[in-house]
Design a binder for this molecule. Structure first.
Ligand SMILES: Nc1ncnc2c1ncn2[C@@H]1O[C@H](COP(=O)(O)OP(=O)(O)O)[C@@H](O)[C@H]1O
Ligand SMILES: [Mg+2]
Length: 370
């Protein structure tokens, strides 16, 4: 037989073994019971607390909160999972989740309150650390983007002056000073040109990063490739490259951005060619159920597998000697393709040409069979 006494012992032992502080108080806020977890959390023993006002635990900025809670209890209300702060005996401020409910006697009269308090200090700290970290990251990202944009934009102006006047120096004084002067002027003009390319590319990149998604439209991908080829006429003719276009699908995408991707990939295919071999580039596409997979293949110098990911990073260049460039082209491609919801990667071996592939998602509703 389980007696009333047994049940009370059982309940008492449940209360004692709880991880949460379980406290009861009368309607004047005087503590009437205090479990072990309450001692662990608030550092006061049951002897120290029973008979004393619960207000001992009030955090300095929460003094007026306790009478309000008591008022709600008197009118029969509960307070559920209320997050607040309390102060421990040694003065530590704790984050606490509180549930307070009225205690009634056998006639139903409210005679006090039971209070379950969970210490959520650690949880709060962890949450705050994550939020702080995310905010810091977002802020520094925004700062960086702003910085890249403003500096590259503002650098253009003085650079234009340097370019113009070094060009003028060359035109007017080349051959009239000594040979050192001619060499210095050439170096000056060369450096100014390189810097303006760099600034143009950084600006281009920060525009892609900052820019909103342009609206997508239905566009024959052949047009985008032809636009890229038109822009590269100079280096195509100079290198004698042949560019072969396979059958290319009509796609739905941001036309000008993806045209830029084709231009960057084809210009790399020409630039990183083998010296003695005629350049052959092939652009093709595969239509899959959910996406198009484009490829730009070349017969150039190739890329060793350890660098296949790396080269898509900003300013990452494998071939610093003998090839002009800024290391921004592939980073721009990656940004553009990922904004479109696609992926970009390279398949290559050193010395054996490269195949750059990227995907564009196929919208379900668009009829692009045409
Ligand atoms: N088709 C290619 N063949 C061989 N290497 C390439 C090719 N395309 C890119 N790379 C390598 O990847 C690097 C990054 O390319 P990119 O971002 O376009 O910068 P950049 O052309 O200005 O150097 C290049 O410096 C080069 O080392
Ligand atoms: Mg490039």
């Amino acid at each position: 037989m389980t007696t009333q006494h047994d049940v009370q012992l059982l309940l008492a032992s449940i209360v004692e073994s709880s991880d949460d502080a379980i406290i009861s108080k009368d309607l004047n806020g005087i503590v009437t019971s205090w479990n072990q977890a309450a001692t662990r959390i608030f550092e006061y023993t049951a002897d120290e607390m029973i008979g004393r006002p619960i207000a001992v635990l009030a955090a300095p900025d929460r003094i007026d909160e306790m009478p309000k809670i008591l008022a709600r209890i008197r009118s029969g209300e509960r307070v559920d999972h209320y997050e607040t702060k309390r102060r421990s005996k040694s003065g530590r401020i704790l984050d606490i989740s509180l549930t307070v409910s009225p205690i009634r006697d056998s006639t139903g009269r409210i005679v006090g309150a039971s209070k379950i308090a969970r210490d959520i200090t650690e949880k709060k700290l962890a949450e705050k650390a994550i939020i702080d970290q995310a905010e810091r990251l977002a802020r520094s990202n925004a700062d960086l983007q702003q910085f890249a944009f403003v500096t590259s934009h503002d650098l253009q102006e003085p650079l234009r002056t340097i370019s113009t006047f070094s060009e003028l120096l060359r035109r007017r004084y080349s051959g009239k000073l000594d040979e050192h002067a001619d060499q210095y002027i050439d170096l000056l003009v060369g450096a100014a040109t390189r810097m303006s390319t760099l600034i143009r590319d950084v600006l281009g990149y920060s525009r892609v990063v900052r820019g909103d998604n342009a609206p997508v439209s239905r566009v024959p991908s052949k047009l985008m490739v032809e636009w890229a080829i038109d822009n590269l006429q100079g280096s195509i003719q100079e290198s004698g490259a042949t560019i072969e276009l396979a059958e290319l699908p009509v796609v739905v995408t941001d036309e000008s951005a993806v045209s830029q991707v084709f231009q960057n990939l084809i210009s790399n295919a020409i630039k990183y060619r083998k010296p003695e071999v005629p350049v052959r580039i092939r652009v093709q596409a595969e239509t899959k159920p959910n996406e198009w997979v484009f490829s730009v293949a070349d017969n150039g110098i190739g890329i060793a597998p350890p660098y296949h990911k790396n080269i898509f990073g900003l300013f990452k260049r494998l071939h610093v000697n003998g090839y002009e460039g800024t290391g921004i082209g592939l980073a721009v491609c990656k940004r553009i393709i990922e904004k479109q919801g696609g992926r970009i990667w390279v398949e290559s071996e050193l010395g054996n040409g490269s195949v750059f592939r990227f995907t564009l998602p196929r919208p379900e509703t668009a009829n692009t069979d045409a």
